[in-house]
Design a protein around this ligand. Structure first.
Ligand SMILES: [Zn+2]
Length: 372
């Protein structure tokens, strides 16, 4: 055999091996994360119960329902709207794995944009997974996904995304951003259908209070903040006092009336629910970050962010302690508890959630301590 033939054969084998390895890695992200609900879970439904055409698609996702023995109000927590924001879905999973509801009903969707968990953003060097060790010494892993729905499930993007109900124009890739698709469309693309089904669920179940959990990069102005629809402002202000008492510095921002497609705007306008969106600081999605890996996603320690903080370029305090996932999850969970308490006084239709770690408990522990 001639030398160049041998070289060509060798290269073919190497390329085939790389393709098989990376192809398997890509496909492995389609396997759903394992969630082990608390013994007090009442029921699991699917989002397709509210829009049957989602059945069998990666737009369909599980809804975990905790119904108290006593009648009361209804609250919904959305995690994983953006799967590259790990404190969001981790907080929702901790709710599902621990909560006990004694009064009213709690709905939790830990992976609202389920398709967006099946890939991650190209050229961002994102980790594939985050891992936590539970108290039994077992390792639980969850995918670190993308901000947007997988193009395999929705393709192609238009050059310009026109938000259906407002006519707002955004860049084409925002077509796959669930938090630009509300109130959604029954006959729209997959992202719009998911948004529509969530809106339908809120209407049909008469859900009075809705949380949407997020993270943002430390240089983004809306951070360590709650964004509230104007009708949610009154009770949110009381929730803010309680958060302050627990040592949580939280800003309360009004939802801009002319920014469309977001939960804190459209769910407030199109349904009777009172929406709140919370943001924590996630260096692993920021633009100033150094090495991007699972460690950064979990401990938030990054020397470039420390320098940026010293230069006054950030909207959160930043030192060598970073912003660990326990702090970020603790903020979200305490936010859910404190705003719900404020909503209970305001609405007279209470939801009482027990057995969920408070901020103080979360920052003194590890996320894995609250996973089954
Ligand atoms: Zn987000």
């Amino acid at each position: 055999m001639k030398k160049h033939t041998i070289t060509a054969l060798l290269l073919t084998v190497v390329v085939a091996a790389v393709c098989v390895y990376s192809g398997n890695l890509f496909l492995s992200l389609r396997a759903d994360d394992v969630i082990i609900p608390s013994k007090d879970l009442t029921e699991v439904r699917m989002l397709s119960d509210y829009l049957p055409k989602l059945k069998g698609t990666r737009g369909d996702t599980a809804i975990y329902i905790f119904k108290g023995e006593e009648e009361g109000g209804k609250a919904l927590v959305l995690g994983g709207t953006h799967p590259n924001e790990p404190s969001s879905y981790t907080s929702a999973v901790i709710l599902v794995e621990n909560a006990k509801v004694t009064v009213g009903t709690l709905y939790v969707i830990p992976q609202a944009a389920r398709s967006a968990f099946t890939h991650n953003d190209s050229q961002e060097a994102s980790p594939l997974y985050v891992h936590f060790e539970n108290s039994k010494g077992e390792v639980r892993k969850f995918r670190y996904g993308s901000r947007a729905v997988n193009p395999i499930d929705q393709w192609p993007d238009p050059d310009v995304y026109e938000h259906a109900s407002s006519g707002q124009l955004l860049s084409g890739s925002e077509t796959r951003n669930l938090n630009r698709a509300y109130p959604g469309r029954e006959d729209g693309n997959l992202t719009e259908q998911v948004a529509f089904a969530i809106t339908e669920m809120i209407k049909k179940e008469n859900i009075g209070l809705t949380f949407d959990l997020h993270e943002a990069s430390p240089e983004y102005p809306v951070i360590n903040a709650t964004v509230a629809h104007e009708k949610s402002m009154d009770f949110a202000a009381f929730g803010l006092f309680e958060l302050d008492m627990y040592g949580i510095d939280m800003a309360l921002e009004p939802s801009p009336v002319n920014l469309h497609g977001l939960t804190h705007r459209e769910l407030g306008d199109y349904t009777d629910t009172y929406p709140l969106l919370m943001e924590t600081a996630n260096a692993s999605q920021g633009r100033l970050r150094g090495a991007t890996n699972e460690k950064l996603a979990l401990d938030g320690k990054d020397k470039f962010y420390v320098s940026a903080g010293e230069l006054g370029m950030l909207y959160v305090p930043y030192d060598e302690n970073g912003h660990p996932i326990e702090e970020r999850v603790g903020r979200h969970l305490q936010g859910v508890l404190s705003y719900t308490a404020a909503y209970n006084d305001f609405s007279g239709t209470p939801i009482v959630i027990e057995n969920v770690p408070m901020y103080e408990e979360m920052i003194a522990a590890k996320v894995g301590d609250y996973l089954n």
